[in-house]
Ligand binder design. Structure first.
Ligand SMILES: [Zn+2]
Length: 244
């Protein structure tokens, strides 16, 4: 039974018994993995209070290649991020990042994904009040991008117009823009909203707080394009916290 030591982010935890818990991790070297932390809920465990969502550190576990659940032997904490849980907007966005990874991450090592997740969680933790919504949307779009679902915002996907004059809208199922001529109807984006979407989708947290419409665009895009029917529960939380 090989022992594996790898940097890991705690995506989700749930109790298994009165004394043990199960962790869903994104590991740097082995992609997403589930581990059992025996005794971690005992008050005197050295892991008590350490294995919380959004934390990252170096996990050591006994890796059983033919199993879905491995046994954690140690977790050397690099950064705890429990402060994210004290601010509902930050918590909602961090939960979306972790749930996207849980549902959509590839099974193998993905260093870029790991790096972006850590960077997104750090950005949420360090964002000054007022900048949280922009930081949250930029971090979510960046993760959507590295997961392989980036929208094509270059212009109308049907006629190629760059939408510098014509209004357009985001077709959340196709994952691209379409102009008002090619698909008449409501829901077109004003120029400022289209520019804000382009910046957020490129990972730029824009200066002013993004509109509630930008939150809705991200949520609809993930639901209908990236997740394709998979339920991402934390998106409801993001809407509740950010759409006023
Ligand atoms: Zn068009």
């Amino acid at each position: 039974m090989p022992i594996v030591t790898t940097r890991s982010v705690v995506l989700q935890t749930f109790p298994f018994s009165d004394t043990s818990k199960i962790l869903r991790l994104l590991t740097l070297d082995h992609g997403p993995q589930s581990v059992m932390a025996r005794g971690a809920l005992r008050p005197r465990s050295r892991l008590s209070g350490v294995l919380e969502p959004f934390a990252d550190g170096v996990a050591t576990f006994y890796f059983k290649p033919d199993r879905d659940l491995h046994t954690l032997s140690d977790f050397d904490l690099t950064r705890e991020r429990q402060a994210l849980g004290r601010d509902l907007q930050r918590y909602a966005a961090a939960s979306v990042l972790c749930e996207l990874v849980l549902r959509l991450a590839p099974a193998e090592r993905d260093e870029e994904l790991y790096r972006l997740l850590v960077r997104g969680l750090d950005a949420l933790l360090e964002a000054i009040p007022g900048s949280v919504p922009g930081v949250a949307l930029a971090a979510c779009w960046s993760l959507v991008d590295v997961l392989g679902f980036a929208p094509d915002l270059s212009g109308c996907s049907r006629c190629g117009d760059d939408l510098s004059e014509r209004p357009g809208r985001l077709d959340v199922r196709e994952g691209s823009l379409v102009c008002g001529n090619c698909l008449p109807g409501g829901g077109t984006l004003p120029r400022a909203e289209l520019n804000a979407l382009r910046r957020l989708a490129s990972g730029d947290p824009v200066g002013a707080a993004p509109s509630s419409r930008q939150v809705r665009l991200l949520v609809d895009f993930i639901r209908h394009h990236a997740a394709e029917g998979l339920r991402i529960r934390s998106l409801d939380f993001l809407l509740a916290e950010e759409v006023r």
